[in-house]
Ligand binder design. Structure first.
Ligand code: NOJ
Length: 746
C-alpha cells in the first residue's frame, strides 16, 4: 500500500513538472517550499540552515530535524541510514542534502580545472562535469562545491590550480559549461547534482597570492573583472553560491551585505541558496570584523547567507537574535525557502535514497575516454623545434624525472574520491608504446619527488641520457604544492630539478620537457635548454595515454594558456588585459640592466613601464599554444564599420591550416576600446571558437558580438558602452596583431 502511494505521488509530481513552463515550475517548487515552511517550528527551520561534516552529529539531531545538509559523508550505507531517519523518523520528513568537493572528477579524475580551461572547449568541459556528477550521484552526493570561478592573476596562489584562469570571459564560459554538466538537462534526474559557484567573491585577488588574504579591488574592477563569471553562472541556473574567506576592501565576504544581498540578490535577482565557506561565518571574529560568534551570525544572516558550513553560530544564536529583534522571522523563512526549493528541484523529496546499482559503473571506459580527451586538449605545446611529434626513427628513448611515474601527483589537488590505483602514468603508457613499436625504453626517476634536493642514481641518469636517441623529461610539482593554502613565493621548479635538467642536457641528446604542475612555473631557463616543451598541468587519471598520443602525434596539441606565464616571479601580477599606462614599454624602450653605463645620471626621458632585468613581456602570453601544424590567419572583417548600442557586430575571421597535420585551433576574439572615461585595457577577450581544420583546409569563423558586451562600469558605477572607436582583433593568442576597426555611434 505504501509503495502504491509513493508511485501515485511520483506520477502526480512528474505530471506537474511536465505540464509547467520553466517560470511556473520555479513557482511550483517555491510554493511547495512555502507550504512546508508553514508547518515548521523555529527549531526545524534553523535546522535546515545547518550543514554538518559527516560523522560529527548524532542520529537524534537528524530525527529532530536539526540538519539541512551533510558534507563529506560518502558511505552510501551511512547516507541512506541518515536519510531514512530524516525521511521517516523526523516530524516532517525533509531530506538531507549530501555535499562534497567534487572539483575535477569523482572517481575518474579529469585534469585540474586550470588545465580544463586550457582546452577552451566548453562542450568537453561540460561532458567532464557530467561524468563527475554521474559518479558522485552514484555515491549519494547531490551537491558539489564546484565550479570555482575566482579570477586570479597570481600563480603563486595555490588555488590557481582550481580556478579557470585570469580571464573573465573564458572563466564565464567554462564555468557555465561546468554548471550545465553537473546539473544536467533535468535537475530531478538521478545523475544531476547541484552546482555551487564559488567563492563569492574576489578570493583570487588575495594580496601577494597568499591564500585567504585581503582583496583590495576598486568596485569598478570587481564588477568588470571578478563578478561577470558569477553573473553568468547564476544566469545558467547554478543552484547555489558559496561565499569566500577573504575580506574585500576590509569587509569579509561572508558578512558582506553589499556583495551578497545588494548585488547577488537584489541586482541579479538570484533566488538560489548561498552557503558559507568552511567556518567562514565565525572567522569574522578572527578577521576582527565581529566581536563574537553571535555577532558574526547576525552579519551573515543580514548578508543573506542561508546555510552555515561546519561552524555552529546559526544553531546557537539565531533564536536569540530573533527573540531580541535583531533579525526577523522573514529572514529565516527566506533562507529556509531557498534551501527547500533546491531540495524540491533536485527531486530529493521523491527520491531521497541512493542505490549505486541504478548508475553506470564509475571509471567505465566512456568516463575514462572523456578524461583522456580532456587531458589531450588541455596540454599546451610551449616550444617545438621540430622534434615533436616523435619520429618513427627514434629507437631508444630515456624517460627521466620525478613526474614520469607519479600516479598520485598526476591527479592534482582536491581528489578526495580519486585513487592513484586507477591512474595510468606516462611511464606505463610509454612502456606499452615502446613494446609495440620496437623501441627500447630506459627509465630513471632522477629525483624521488619533485622537491628532492638530491639527484638519485646520477650515474644512471647520465648513462641512459647518453644511450638514448631522445630524452623525455617529466618535471614539475607534486600535487600537494598547489591547492588550498599551498601557495609558493618561488615558482621555479622545486628541488634539484634544474640540476637534473643540466645533467641530462649535458648529453647533447634531444630533450623534450613535459611539465606537470598546478600553476604556471617560471621555467624559462629550462625551456631554453630543451628542444620542445609541453605543459600538461596535472592531467588526471589518463595522463599516460593522453601524453603518449600527443608525443607520438596521434593527435596534435591544441591547448592554449588560460593564464599568462611570467618569466620571473617578480613580474607578478602580469596579465594580458592590462591598461596601457602613460608610458608603455616596447622592445625599443626597454633599457637592459647590463647596458646601463657606470655612474649613469638619473634621467626620466625615454623611461617606460618595465623592469631593468626582466623587461615587460611574459614568458608566454595568455591564449598562447603551438600546434604540430601551422595556422595562417588571413583576414578579419566586420559586416559594417559603424554600429549602434543595440546592434550585434558580425566578425568573420579567415584562417587556413598551412602545415602538415590535421589539428584544432582556438580562434580568439579580442576588443580594444580606444578611448574611454576609465583608461581601458589594451585588449579583452570577447569570444573564442575551437575549430578543427584538416591539412590545407580553410575556414571562416563567424562571431556575433553584441555591442552591449563592450561596456564597463564608469566612475558613477554605471555599466556603459561609450561611443567611439574600437579595435577588433583575432588570432591564436592574445599577442595577435590581426585587427580591424569599428565605430560605436551615439
Ligand atoms: C574550504 C574551501 O575553501 C572550499 O572551496 C571547500 O568547498 C570547502 N572547504 C569544503 O570542503
Amino acid at each position: 500500500m505504501r509503495n502504491f502511494t509513493i508511485i501515485i505521488k511520483v506520477l502526480l509530481f512528474s505530471f506537474t513538472i511536465l505540464s509547467c513552463s520553466p517560470g511556473e515550475k520555479e513557482n511550483t517548487f517555491e510554493k511547495k517550499a512555502d507550504k512546508l515552511l508553514q508547518k515548521m517550528t523555529l527549531d526545524e527551520k534553523i535546522g535546515q540552515l545547518v550543514q554538518k561534516n559527516g560523522g560529527s552529529f548524532s542520529d537524534s539531531l537528524v530525527k529532530a530535524g536539526g540538519i539541512g545538509s551533510v558534507l563529506n559523508e560518502i558511505s552510501v550505507e551511512r547516507q541512506n541510514h541518515i536519510q531514512r531517519i530524516a525521511m521517516e523518523d523526523s516530524r516532517l520528513g525533509i531530506p538531507i542534502l549530501f555535499a562534497r568537493d567534487v572539483i575535477h572528477g569523482f572517481n575518474t579524475i579529469m585534469p585540474i580545472p586550470l588545465a580544463q580551461a586550457a582546452t577552451w572547449n566548453p562542450a568537453l568541459i561540460e561532458q567532464g562535469a557530467r561524468v563527475a556528477a554521474t559518479e558522485a550521484a552514484s555515491s549519494g552526493i547531490k551537491w558539489t562545491f564546484s565550479p570555482m570561478i575566482d579570477i586570479t592573476r597570481d600563480p603563486r596562489w595555490g588555488r590557481i590550480a582550481e580556478c579557470l584562469g585570469e580571464d573573465s570571459y573564458l572563466t564565464s564560459e567554462m564555468g557555465a559549461a561546468m554548471v550545465r554538466g553537473y546539473q544536467g538537462d533535468k535537475l530531478s534526474d538521478k545523475t544531476s547534482i547541484a552546482a555551487c559557484v564559488k567563492h563569492f567573491a574576489a578570493y583570487g585577488w588575495a594580496e601577494g597570492g597568499r591564500d585567504y588574504n585581503t582583496a583590495n579591488i576598486p568596485e569598478n574592477d570587481l564588477r568588470d573583472i571578478v563578478l561577470p563569471p558569477f553573473k553568468r553562472c547564476a544566469a545558467e541556473g547554478a543552484l547555489s553560491f558559496m561565499t569566500s574567506f577573504n575580506d574585500i576592501n576590509g569587509v569579509p565576504a561572508t558578512g558582506n551585505e553589499f556583495l551578497v544581498k545588494d548585488i547577488l540578490r537584489n541586482e541579479w535577482d538570484y533566488t538560489g541558496m548561498v552557503v558559507s565557506d568552511w567556518v567562514s561565518i565565525i572567522q569574522m571574529v578572527t578577521h576582527g570584523f565581529a566581536p563574537d560568534e553571535k555577532a558574526s551570525a547576525l552579519l551573515a544572516m543580514n548578508a543573506t547567507v542561508d546555510m552555515e558550513m561546519a561552524s555552529t553560530s546559526y544553531e546557537t544564536y539565531l533564536k536569540e537574535l530573533l527573540d531580541e529583534g535583531s533579525i526577523s522571522q522573514k529572514q529565516i523563512d527566506n533562507a529556509v525557502r531557498r534551501i527547500l526549493t533546491v531540495k524540491y528541484k533536485l527531486g530529493l523529496f521523491e527520491s531521497p535514497y541512493t542505490n549505486p546499482d541504478d548508475f553506470p559503473e564509475p571509471l567505465n571506459n566512456e568516463h575514462l575516454a572523456v578524461s583522456k580527451k580532456a587531458a589531450i586538449e588541455s596540454a599546451v605545446l610551449l616550444k617545438n623545434d621540430g622534434i615533436l611529434p616523435v619520429s618513427e626513427k627514434i629507437k631508444t628513448v630515456a624517460v627521466i624525472g620525478p613526474l614520469a611515474d607519479a600516479p598520485h601527483d598526476q591527479l592534482g589537488t582536491w581528489i578526495f574520491d580519486g585513487s592513484k590505483n586507477n591512474s595510468v602514468t606516462p611511464l606505463e603508457s610509454l612502456s606499452e608504446k615502446a613494446k609495440s613499436n620496437g623501441i627500447t625504453l630506459l627509465y630513471e626517476r632522477g629525483l624521488k619527488i619533485s622537491r628532492s634536493k638530491e639527484i638519485s642514481f646520477p650515474e644512471k641518469v647520465k648513462s641512459i641520457s647518453k644511450q638514448a636517441d631522445l630524452i623525455i623529461l617529466f618535471l614539475g610539482e607534486e600535487s600537494i604544492l598547489s591547492g588550498e593554502s599551498h601557495c609558493r613565493a618561488d615558482i621555479d621548479l622545486p628541488g634539484a630539478q634544474e640540476e637534473l635538467v643540466n645533467m641530462v642536457t649535458a648529453s647533447g641528446k634531444p630533450v623534450i620537457a613535459v611539465f606537470m604542475a598546478g600553476r604556471p612555473l617560471t621555467v624559462e631557463n629550462v625551456i631554453e635548454k630543451t628542444n620542445a616543451a609541453l605543459y600538461a598541468w596535472h592531467p588526471g587519471t589518463m595522463a599516460g595515454p593522453a601524453l603518449t598520443d600527443l608525443l607520438w602525434g596521434a593527435v596534435s596539441p591544441s591547448g592554449k594558456l588560460p593564464v599568462t606565464f611570467p618569466r620571473h616571479v617578480g613580474q607578478i601580477p602580469i596579465y594580458y588585459s592590462h591598461r596601457t599606462t602613460g608610458k608603455p614599454a616596447t622592445n625599443e624602450t626597454w633599457e637592459h640592466i647590463d647596458d646601463i653605463p657606470v655612474e649613469a645620471p638619473q634621467l626620466s626621458i625615454g623611461n617606460t613601464s618595465h623592469y631593468l632585468d626582466y623587461g615587460f613581456e611574459p614568458m608566454f602570453p595568455f591564449g598562447y599554444g603551438l600546434s604540430y601544424t601551422t595556422f595562417e590567419y588571413q583576414s578579419i572583417e566586420t559586416d559594417k564599420t559603424a554600429y549602434s548600442a543595440t546592434d550585434t557586430i558580425q566578425v568573420s575571421v579567415k584562417l587556413i591550416n598551412t602545415g602538415n597535420y590535421n589539428a584544432a585551433e582556438v580562434v580568439q576574439l579580442y576588443v580594444h576600446d580606444k578611448v574611454a572615461s576609465r583608461a581601458p585595457a589594451v585588449k579583452q577577450l570577447k569570444g573564442f571558437k575551437k575549430v578543427f581544420l584538416k591539412q590545407g583546409e580553410k575556414k571562416t569563423v563567424i562571431f556575433n558580438l553584441p555591442v552591449s558586451s563592450l561596456g564597463f562600469h564608469n566612475l558613477a558605477m554605471k555599466y556603459m558602452v561609450e561611443p567611439g572607436e574600437f579595435e577588433i582583433m583575432a588570432g591564436g593568442s592574445s599577442d595577435t596583431t590581426l585587427e580591424t576597426g569599428i565605430v560605436i555611434e551615439n
